[in-house]
Design a protein around this ligand. Structure first.
Ligand SMILES: Nc1ncnc2c1ncn2[C@@H]1O[C@H](COP(=O)(O)OP(=O)(O)OP(=O)(O)O)[C@@H](O)[C@H]1O
Length: 248
C-alpha cells in the first residue's frame, strides 16, 4: 500500500448543493498532512466522506488501502470527530478505559497508555472527574487523548485544537511530531493557518476543491510570500480572478 489515505476525484453533494467538487489528496506513511480552509469549505465533509459516514457522489476514497466504511480498518485508526462523542456521566478515566478496551488495549498496557495520553493533553489531575463537569476545551482534549490510545498507524483529527490555549496547543503539536517520527501518519484539519506551518504537507481547501497541496515551505516559495496565511489569501484571489474570467 503506497498511501495510507488516497482521495481520488472525490465529490460530494447534498441535494443540489455541491460541497466537494474534486478533492485529490494523499497521506503517506510517517507524515503530517494538514487540511485547511475557511469555515464551510468542506473539511469535515471530506473526512466524513472518506470514512464512509457520508456516501460519495463520485470518486473514490481509500483508507489503509480499503474503501470505507470497513470495521476492521476503523479499529486501526484513531479518529477524532469534530463533535465530541463522550460518555458524560462517566469519569474521564472511565471513558479512556472504555474506548481503549474497544480498541483492544487492555491491562497494564492500557493503564500506562492512559497515563501517557492524559499527560499529553494535561488532564492527569482531572481523570476522576465526570465528563459532564468538563469545559468544552477539556472535552476536546479528552477526545484527542482517546484518539491517541492504541498507537494507531493513522490518526484522523478534525479540528483537534479548537478551544485549546496556545501553550497546550504547542505541546500537542510537539507530541504529534513525536508520533510522526515514530512512523504514525496524521491527517489534521484546522482553520488556524499558522498551525499548518508545522505540517509536512498542507492541502488548501476552497469551495470544495484542493487548490494547492505541497509542503508549507514550497507553497510559500511558489507564491513568493512568507506565511501559509498569505499563500491562502493569494491562492483565493487567483481563484476568484479565474472564476470571473470564466464568467466574462
Ligand atoms: N448533512 C448535510 N446536509 C446538508 N448540508 C451539509 C451537511 N453537512 C454539511 N453540509 C454543508 O456543507 C458545507 C461544508 O461543511 P463542512 O462542515 O464540511 O465545512 P468545514 O470546512 O468543516 O467547516 P468548519 O470549519 O466550520 O467546521 C456547509 O455549508 C454545510 O452547511
Amino acid at each position: 500500500m503506497q498511501h495510507l489515505i488516497e482521495l481520488d476525484h472525490l465529490a460530494k453533494s447534498f441535494g443540489k448543493r455541491v460541497i466537494l467538487h474534486d478533492v485529490n489528496l494523499t497521506v503517506n506513511r510517517g507524515e503530517i498532512v494538514g487540511l485547511i480552509g475557511p469555515s464551510g469549505s468542506g473539511k469535515t465533509t471530506t473526512i466524513k466522506t472518506m470514512l464512509g459516514m457520508e456516501k460519495a457522489t463520485s470518486g473514490t476514497a481509500l483508507v489503509l488501502g480499503k474503501k470505507m466504511p470497513n470495521r476492521l480498518i476503523l479499529g486501526k485508526i484513531g479518529y477524532m470527530a469534530q463533535s465530541d462523542a463522550l460518555y458524560e456521566s462517566l469519569s474521564a478515566k472511565e471513558n479512556l478505559e472504555f474506548f481503549g478496551e474497544m480498541k483492544g488495549v487492555t491491562g497494564k498496557k492500557l493503564h500506562s497508555e492512559i497515563t501517557h495520553v492524559s499527560r499529553v493533553v494535561e488532564l492527569t489531575d482531572y481523570l476522576n472527574q465526570r465528563v459532564s463537569g468538563y469545559s468544552g476545551g477539556m472535552k476536546r482534549r479528552l477526545s484527542l487523548a482517546i484518539a491517541l490510545l492504541g498507537q494507531p498507524e493513522l490518526l484522523i483529527l478534525d479540528e483537534p485544537t479548537v478551544g485549546i490555549d496556545p501553550a497546550l496547543r504547542r505541546k500537542i503539536w510537539k507530541e504529534l511530531k513525536v508520533l510522526r517520527d515514530r512512523g504514525q501518519s496524521i491527517l489534521i484539519t484546522t482553520h488556524v493557518m499558522d498551525e499548518t506551518e508545522l505540517t509536512d504537507r498542507v492541502a488548501l481547501l476552497l469551495h470544495g476543491d484542493v487548490i494547492a497541496f505541497d509542503s508549507p515551505q514550497k507553497l510559500e516559495k511558489q507564491y513568493g510570500v512568507p506565511t501559509i496565511e498569505d499563500v491562502f489569501l493569494t491562492a483565493e484571489k487567483e481563484e476568484e480572478q479565474n472564476e470571473n474570467a470564466r464568467h466574462h
